[in-house]
Design a protein. Structure first.
Length: 358
């Protein structure tokens, strides 16, 4: 029996940036999220993308059906988003707000990441009327904050996005609520921290725990490859400082992105880290290593709902700390409907777990 040295009880958290995919993959990965999180902002970059309210509601129905089939009925609430395109209409924004079931629009610059080919080519030139309506209705814009200019180094794309896109956007539409998702740089953290009200950022476990060296230890390690890509150690430290600061502008968003093992380990492997399996244990590790476990509940459970105008959850989870000798290793791979899926940090020791009771 595993020996527990300490435990902590926190309000049940939410995941404010999650990829659930569809079909068999959705059914397989959803229980991992639902065991730890009550709600999740669900990304719309399916094939084809979720660009309309009708598509979002149909996707939500499939998610809830998968939850029911896994014995999780009533235990998980997907918060739907729409994929912003050059052709998104003002009427669709109004419909999204009136539905009460769509919580945000997602900006993918065209070509920035997985299934982003239908993304926006020029935000202010093509989407100003739509953004104005979002601002008027209080509908947040979630941004994948990278430029896709091939002349810009991949490690600089977030910082350049701030200068080229985000600053002009906020100058034109200062009351538009924005979440800069999965920030990865000191520039991103500083910009969000120092800006006027109405902007926040999510931070992933991989960007808190690893720097870009992890992609190349002993060879190319594709399961640490994500977009935005891991950055230098100074940027990781800046993200840690933001996450443990207690500043309500920073909150949890895993960006957990499942890809089958053979799609990651290929000549042109997919971007994305799968962390839903053990997300809260990873965050607990990052906060404990920085003597900030007292700040974890705010980051994981309180700041996100406050930004979205929602109440915190009314139940709890218990995180348990295991002894060194009784700790578990992260599985090398998971069997997902006959496919293999490699979780973030596979094979590494993990000293925290979410208890089966609260």
């Amino acid at each position: 029996m595993q020996e527990i040295t300490k435990s902590m009880k926190i309000i049940r958290p939410d995941d404010w940036h999650l990829h659930l995919r569809d079909g068999a993959m959705l059914s397989a990965v959803l229980p991992h999220t639902a065991r730890q999180f009550t709600r999740a902002i669900v990304m719309p970059n399916l094939q084809p993308p979720v660009t309309t309210v009708d598509l979002a509601l149909a996707y939500k129905t499939r998610i809830l059906k998968a939850a029911e089939e896994s014995g999780l009925e009533g235990r998980f609430q997907p918060l739907m988003t729409l994929y912003l395109t050059d052709n998104t209409s003002v009427s669709e924004v109004i419909k999204a707000k009136e539905s009460g079931k769509v919580y945000a629009f997602k900006l993918y610059p065209a070509g920035a990441t997985t299934n982003s080919d239908a993304g926006v080519t020029d935000l202010l030139a093509n989407c100003t009327e739509v953004l104005e309506k979002m601002q008027q209705l209080g509908m947040p814009l979630l941004v994948h904050g990278e430029v896709t200019d091939p002349e810009i180094d991949i490690f600089d794309r977030e910082a350049v996005f701030i200068d080229r896109v985000l600053i002009p956007l906020r100058k034109a539409l200062p009351a538009l609520k924005i979440v800069m998702e999965h920030i990865t740089t000191s520039e991103g953290a500083q910009y969000v921290r120092d800006s006027e009200e109405g902007i926040a950022a999510t931070i992933t476990p991989q960007h808190l725990l690893y720097n870009r060296n992890s992609i190349f230890v002993g060879g190319v390690r594709p399961h640490y490859y994500c977009l935005p890509i891991l950055k230098r150690e100074k940027h990781r430290k800046a993200l840690i400082d933001a996450a443990i600061s207690g500043n309500a502008r920073f909150f949890l968003g895993t960006d957990s992105a499942p890809h089958a093992k053979d799609r990651k380990e290929s000549a042109c492997g997919c971007a994305g880290c799968y962390s839903a399996y053990h997300a809260m244990a990873l965050y607990a590790k990052a906060f404990e290593e920085n003597n900030a476990l007292d700040k974890l509940e705010g980051f994981a459970s309180l700041h996100g709902p406050a930004f979205y105008g929602l109440s915190p959850n009314n139940d709890y989870i218990v995180l348990e700390k295991l002894t060194q000798s009784d700790s578990a290793n992260i599985p090398q791979e998971l069997d997902i409907d006959g496919q293999k899926l490699v979780p973030l940090g596979a094979g590494e020791q993990l000293l925290w777990r979410v208890a089966d009771h609260a």
